[in-house]
Ligand binder design. Structure first.
Ligand code: CMC
Length: 391
């Protein structure tokens, strides 16, 4: 017998038990392993949060040092990966490049494919945590037309990412603590969000026992879409368009409410939050701080604030409980940092990496069965075959 009911978009279907991230969408609460997102964003750094998500506890100094040094050992990629990167046109979208390169890593790290024991999982995890930032930085350098650069193992995890992204040829690189802080915070805020589209993808691909890198590559593809991680790029493009249009926010509010118009207010609404997205609150304050500290006055920030005010006071948005989400202000910070718009979703992927890894590891350790939903068949009944010359 087949199933008789369906739940499109799995709006009310639990796919697993999980001990990683707690989310209360009515109250706007988000916790990783029991710790509030507000406190983690304020007091922890990204690598500590990655450890917490993956292994369940905040690391001691010694545990964190060992983790970091294991990761650093793998912060290189095979030279042939450079050739694959070279073969992409410069106009390729960085998310497509990133998912391809992540998948390609499988070929160069065959021992990371069939992982069953905790030790094999650990080795695959530190490998990808080492290599992924290199791929991220290189996709950006390709967009910017800069020669590829390896990091510096004496630097912190996030400092090293910034150096790999921004180091100019023939120039000393100096760390800007404002950028380090801002990126650390953004990555922490993006690090996990329970069973969202990309995470569910990672778990379901991994449930067939495809390897970690293949599962992550699928997750990156899922994140790419504008209804999910791609919203941060779409928000900035929308704000730019409004600016070009003379700052006419009312017109875009009208379009968003018009059911005949496919336009949606990007960066607004969420499947689970029916209240403020706690990440958006933190990011809004950070956007003000970072732009202030960097001495940047971006008219886009004013447009975003204006749009938010209008939406929060508009019946359509109030009735549907549509609030700004994590993607609404993050792009403004990335832009202030000098990151190109088409790279924004790659930055989201960089932040989400520990979340995907922890969810994949939990799924494997719990020995979850292969993910295989059912359907309600609504096609043709049995019918006789018709010969090609009689159709
Ligand atoms: N602008 C205008 N109307 C909206 C919006 C929006 N951004 N979001 C939802 N609605 C309306 C929607 O038309 C529907 O109206 P009605 O009940 O009259 O048919 C109602 O609100 C409920 O929306 P839904 O599409 O049924 O809700 P969903 O849970 O399927 O979709 C969402 C959630 C995030 C995909 C959606 O709100 C959306 O498309 N937002 C814009 C894209 C975006 O910002 N995505 C980022 C999500 S947060 C982090 C991440 O995943 O990256």
């Amino acid at each position: 017998g087949g199933v008789t009911t369906i739940d499109p978009g799995y709006k009310n279907t639990g796919s697993c038990e999980s001990g990683i991230t707690f989310l209360d969408g009515e109250k706007g609460i988000l916790r990783y392993r029991g710790y509030s997102i507000e406190e983690l964003a304020e007091k922890a750094d990204f690598l500590e949060v990655a450890y917490l998500l993956i292994f369940g506890e905040l690391p001691t100094t010694e545990q964190l040092d060992t983790f970091h040094s294991d990761i650093k050992k793998h912060a290189v990629v095979d030279d042939d990966v450079k050739k694959i990167l070279d073969a992409f046109p410069k106009t390729a979208h960085p998310m497509g490049v990133l998912s391809s390169l992540t998948s390609a890593l499988t070929a160069f790290n065959p021992t990371s494919v069939n992982v069953d024991s905790e030790e094999e999982m650990y080795n695959a995890i530190v490998r990808i945590l080492g290599k992924f930032p290199v791929l991220v930085a290189w996709t950006m350098r390709k967009v910017k037309g800069l020669p590829l650069d390896y990091g510096d193992s004496s630097l912190g995890y996030v400092e090293n990412i910034l150096k790999m992204m921004f180091k100019q040829p023939n120039e000393e690189y100096t760390q800007n603590p404002i950028l380090v802080n801002a990126l650390d915070k953004l990555l922490i805020l993006h690090a996990d969000h329970e069973q969202n589209c990309s995470t569910s993808t990672v778990r379901i691909v991994g449930s067939s026992h495809a390897g970690l890198f293949a599962s992550l590559s699928a997750g990156i593809s899922a994140l790419w879409g504008p209804l999910h991680g791609g919203a941060n790029q779409a928000v900035l493009e929308m704000l730019e368009a409004i600016k070009e249009d003379g700052g006419d926010t009312k017109k875009y509010m009208g379009k968003a409410k018009d059911k005949e118009d496919p336009f949606r207010l990007m960066g607004f609404g969420h499947r689970v939050y029916k209240n403020f997205d706690p990440r958006a609150k933190i990011i809004k304050v950070a956007a003000d701080e970072v732009l202030g500290d960097l001495g940047i006055e971006d008219p886009i920030l004013e447009i975003a604030k204006g749009l938010e005010q209008e939406a929060l006071n508009d019946d359509y948005f109030v009735k549907r409980k549509l609030y700004p989400n994590v993607d609404f202000y993050s792009g403004i910070i990335y832009r202030g940092m000098g990151i190109p718009t088409e790279m924004f979703t790659v930055m989201f992927a960089l932040g989400r990496l520990p979340g995907w890894i922890s969810q994949w590891r939990e799924m494997r350790l719990r020995k979850e069965p292969i993910g295989r939903p059912r359907q309600v068949y609504v096609g043709e009944n049995h019918r006789p075959f018709v010969d090609i010359n009689k159709r």
